[in-house]
Ligand binder design. Structure first.
Ligand code: HEC
Ligand code: HEC
Length: 336
């Protein structure tokens, strides 16, 4: 009898074990009209539970050494997951040297971070977690901390079949980030959803200017992402000694002052601008491009200057503002 009970008991454990082994139900990304299908790494299939865990981590201050800063502290939902400060504040008020960019459509990015120093969304989380001026923590200590949180331990086991570890932290965060999709601005409704009334006459004029050869914006801010995923020197500064951009990685003089071309989606809510957050308004930006840049020796040949009337400038600005996607910032799946 005792033997039978222990066999029953053992098989109950086996059954319950097999129940907690993750059942990979692939989550289907909602791909907006006009977008292509992004590459999802084979070792990080999207599932509902993994995305939910990634979201929990994204909004958790436990990721920082003193439990004060989450990813969302710098990547604020109401700013399309950018920061409203020129330079974000990390733990203990420490500041780094770059402006936190918006995080929309990162699933499609082939270049991650402004200098391309990071190969993937899976490797990127190490940077904020371990950078002294950001979360100031350490991945190993973070996992130790997560292992003391019963709810986290359960979630990690549900998703990965193991306790919190760096593999799971980075995979879950990346999975959640891939669901941050913005493709329903009024411009999208006009360009990809067949709503010809979605843009005003002024915005349409601005669109034509943006895509014109004379202004040449779409030489770099191109395609449905509004970036060609390359590094360019747009001539906004004459001195890049504080941050040499791509050259920090390649050490090549010709890469000094080159930064990843940022997407212009949601640019109406992501001020201040440029890698250092030193440019406050779209007016200043248009003026600088019109003037033909600073003439830095690495400045792109596409920045040659143009003339623009005040009314055209307003139209161009109106077009840039039509790239704001309210439904993205209010998407409950992305909010805490
Ligand atoms: C203290 C502020 C701060 C915190 C906290 C922070 N970030 Fe960032 N994030 C930045 C800044 C600044 C950059 C720009 C760095 C660069 O491109 O070199 C950035 C860039 C990124 C990028 C690259 C985007 C692109 O366009 O290539 C991703 C992805 C990202 N962060 C995700 C995260 C995640 C996930 C977390 C939490 C684990 C996080 N960040 C926490 C400030 C922060
Ligand atoms: C040669 C490529 C190139 C061209 C052409 C170009 N840009 Fe840019 N743009 C960039 C790069 C690179 C940055 C980021 C520079 C930095 O971070 O310092 C940028 C930044 C911006 C930003 C700020 C985005 C942010 O989030 O900080 C705006 C707005 C912008 N460009 C609009 C335009 C407009 C409008 C035009 C046409 C008049 C244009 N760009 C033409 C490469 C280009």
């Amino acid at each position: 009898m005792r033997k039978l009970i222990s066999i029953l008991f053992l098989s109950a454990i086996l059954v319950s074990c097999s129940e907690v082994i993750p059942e990979e139900k692939a989550y289907e990304l909602q791909i907006p009209p006009g977008f292509d299908v992004p590459q999802i790494p084979e070792d990080n299939i999207l599932t509902d539970a993994k995305i939910a865990l990634g979201k929990k981590l994204f909004y958790s201050t436990a990721l920082s050494v003193d439990s004060t800063i989450s990813c969302a502290s710098c990547h604020r939902p109401e700013n399309a997951f950018a920061d409203h400060l020129a330079i974000s504040h990390g733990v203990m008020g420490r500041t780094g040297f770059r402006n936190a960019p918006s995080l929309q459509n990162v699933a499609w990015y082939t270049v991650i971070t402004m200098d391309g120093g990071n190969p993937s969304l899976e490797t990127q989380p190490y940077v904020p977690i371990e950078t002294h001026e950001e979360m100031g923590f350490n991945m190993v200590l973070l996992c130790e901390r997560l292992n003391t949180d019963a709810e986290m331990v359960t979630s990690f086991n549900d998703v990965f079949g193991s306790n919190p570890d760096p593999y799971g932290v980075t995979r879950a965060l990346a999975a959640f980030e891939r669901t941050m999709i913005s493709g329903n601005s009024r411009y999208d409704q006009y360009a990809y959803q067949g709503n010809i009334h979605a843009l005003t006459a002024e915005e349409l004029q601005g669109k034509d200017l943006f895509f014109s050869d004379a202004l040449g914006c779409a030489n770099c801010h191109s395609g449905f992402l509004f970036t060609n995923n390359t590094f360019e020197n747009n001539g906004f500064f004459s001195d890049y000694s504080a941050d040499s951009g791509r050259a920090r990685i390649t050490w090549l003089h010709e890469d000094v002052g080159k930064f990843k071309v940022p997407s212009l989606r949601n640019v109406g809510v992501t001020a201040p601008y440029m890698h250092n957050g030193q440019v406050e308004t779209l007016d200043e930006i248009i003026d600088m491009y019109a003037a033909g840049g600073s003439g830095h020796e690495n400045q792109s040949g596409f920045i040659t200057g143009f003339s623009i009337t005040p009314a055209e400038k307003e139209a161009l600005k109106a077009f840039l503002l039509s790239l704001t996607d309210i439904s993205f910032m209010q998407n409950p799946d992305l909010l805490e």
